[in-house]
Design a protein around this ligand. Structure first.
Ligand code: CA
Length: 229
């Protein structure tokens, strides 16, 4: 699995259901983190920065509703899509009524195929390249299926690392990425790479993007990292 694959956090106290979900998500090529309780979920969110959270409503201790409410009240986690799993229609109504800010609701017993489709729908929004969407930023176009990049309709040749860096930047224009966050996303958190390596590859990416002229679209943010635009 490559480091820039989307990560899904599964919060479910029922072991069998948790494993079925994890198995199916892994089969889709996603990274999976698992939590059994709301408290664990809140800790893991900061640690793994998931792209999507599947959150069971009924959990021991902190309920799914409360977890969702806290995630949506925090500016650092607000934009992570939350798919709530609820047991009955009445619960779904109640969850909706409580306005937890969940992005989607799935009623148990659910079809795994249906749930996977809902996950893809959320990823299309937050990680468009991971589901094969074309990305554009100003005059730059990145096709995540063919791995072709162009600027002002002229082809830009990139190495695999620069391609992944650009994908990361283009999925969230304007976001400032620290070198450590880029290492996690592009190289993977299990591999030891010096943060200066990031500077080297950002430099290569800049050079490639400017090879036909045009402004440097990448911004160095002193003491913080890099951003596109
Ligand atoms: Ca449960």
């Amino acid at each position: 699995m490559s480091a820039d694959n989307p990560c899904v956090l599964v919060v479910e106290d029922e072991p069998a259901q948790r494993e079925v979900l994890a198995y199916n998500l892994e089969a889709e090529g996603y990274g999976v983190s698992k939590a059994e309780t709301g408290d664990d979920a809140l800790l893991l969110v900061d640690e793994v920065e998931p792209d999507v959270i599947i959150l069971d409503w009924m959990l021991p201790g902190v309920s799914g509703i409360e977890v969702c409410r806290r995630l949506k009240a925090n500016s650092g986690t607000r934009n992570i899509p939350v798919i709530m799993l609820t047991a009955r229609t009445e619960e779904t109504d109640r969850v909706r009524g409580l306005e937890t800010g969940a992005d989607d609701y799935v009623i148990k017993p659910y079809s795994v195929i249906e749930l996977m489709a809902r996950v893809r729908t959320q990823l299309r929004r937050v990680r468009p390249a991971s589901v094969g969407q074309c990305l554009t930023f100003d005059d730059i176009t990145l096709d995540s299926e063919t791995h072709r990049v162009s600027r002002s309709e002229k082809p830009v040749k990139l190495g695999p690392t620069e391609f992944r860096l650009l994908t990361t930047f283009m999925e969230k224009p304007g976001r400032v990425w620290s070198r450590e966050q880029l290492l996690d996303r592009v190289w993977g958190r299990d591999i030891y790479v010096d943060t200066r390596t990031v500077d080297v590859h950002v430099g290569r990416l800049r050079k490639a993007l400017c090879q036909h002229g045009g402004n440097d679209p990448l911004r160095t943010v002193r003491g913080a990292g890099y951003a596109l635009g």
